[in-house]
Ligand binder design. Structure first.
Ligand SMILES: [Zn+2]
Length: 292
């Protein structure tokens, strides 16, 4: 599944290659790709044709491209995209053969590169949604917390909210209403950097520990972003979560029985919410049980 840095890479690609262009035609090749557009496929196509995609924005793993009318005025709507498990947004020459799992195609009035939505498993999707006049956050995305790659992320607010919770720190990191876009892999890596076990109770974390945790989140997301960013050289906006660039910098995730890069202790795997957690038992000791 694409995680936050990959979605940010896609946003930057859309900003560079798609923003400012006017839609000449839209093809929808599979109705599931636009199932979140409740008025149906024909309405989706009509809502986009002739409109200009003015920018590319992101909240968590959602992307939105505000739309302008032919006279340049904001339309109060945006094209919203979610990549789901396997979705890709590709910017390609019209002469490029169609992908097997091509779900939608956007052709632009300048006759240049097309935008294609390709999604093998069709958990992702596209919709046109209301944004308010300024092309700001679509109403439906309002509940998703700002993430630490966003310039407006409120560090003090996050720290206070985290320490008010009575939960385990890894659960809190995965809670999209508290902090956006941190998936299982990045949570484990950030906890290792902050030397915290994921079961540590949030209400007992010190300010210094929360600060270290946020630094860990930012560092690990930033490194992934820097590595993912190179994929634009080929104009291929690859957001397949299976692609290899995670593995180059992972300290603990998926590294069971390998030595901790910091202290050499074997990394351990524990089950966690039907998935796995990886940590170093020396750098990240389990918390003692809370006294009742
Ligand atoms: Zn260690």
């Amino acid at each position: 599944m694409p995680e936050l840095p990959e979605v940010e890479v896609v946003r930057r690609g859309l900003e560079r290659w798609v923003a400012g262009r006017t839609v000449a035609a839209v093809e929808v090749h599979h109705p599931r790709a636009v199932r979140r557009h409740l008025e149906g496929t024909d309405h989706f196509i009509a809502a986009l044709t002739g409109r200009t995609l003015t920018a590319a924005r992101r909240r968590g793993k959602y992307l939105w491209l505000p739309l302008a009318e032919p006279d340049g005025a904001p339309s109060g709507q945006a094209l919203v995209a979610h990549l789901g498990m396997s979705g890709q947004l590709l910017v390609e020459k019209p002469s490029q053969p169609d992908e097997t799992h091509l779900r939608a195609r956007f052709v632009f009035t300048d006759g240049g590169r097309e935008l294609r939505f390709v999604d093998q498993r069709t958990f992702g999707g596209l919709a046109v949604e209301e944004t308010g006049e300024d092309g700001g956050l679509p109403t439906r995305l309002a509940h998703i917390a700002i993430d630490p790659l966003d310039d407006t992320f409120d560090e003090a607010g996050f720290s206070a909210a985290l320490r008010r919770r009575r939960t385990e720190v890894k659960r809190a990191l995965l809670d999209q209403t508290l902090i956006g876009g941190v998936g299982n892999i990045y949570a484990d890596e950030a906890l290792w950097r902050a030397r915290l076990h994921g079961a540590r109770p949030t209400d007992r974390l010190t300010r210094v520990q929360v600060h270290a945790l946020l630094d860990g989140v930012r560092d690990v997301l930033g490194e992934a972003l820097a590595q993912g960013g190179t994929s634009f050289d080929s104009l291929y906006v690859d957001v397949n979560g299976q692609s290899g660039y995670f593995s180059r910098f992972l300290a603990v995730y998926g590294q069971a029985d390998r030595p901790c890069p910091r202290c050499g202790t074997a990394i351990t795997r524990e089950s966690f919410m039907n998935r796995s957690s990886y940590s170093c038992p020396t750098c990240q000791p389990r918390p003692r049980a809370r006294r009742s």
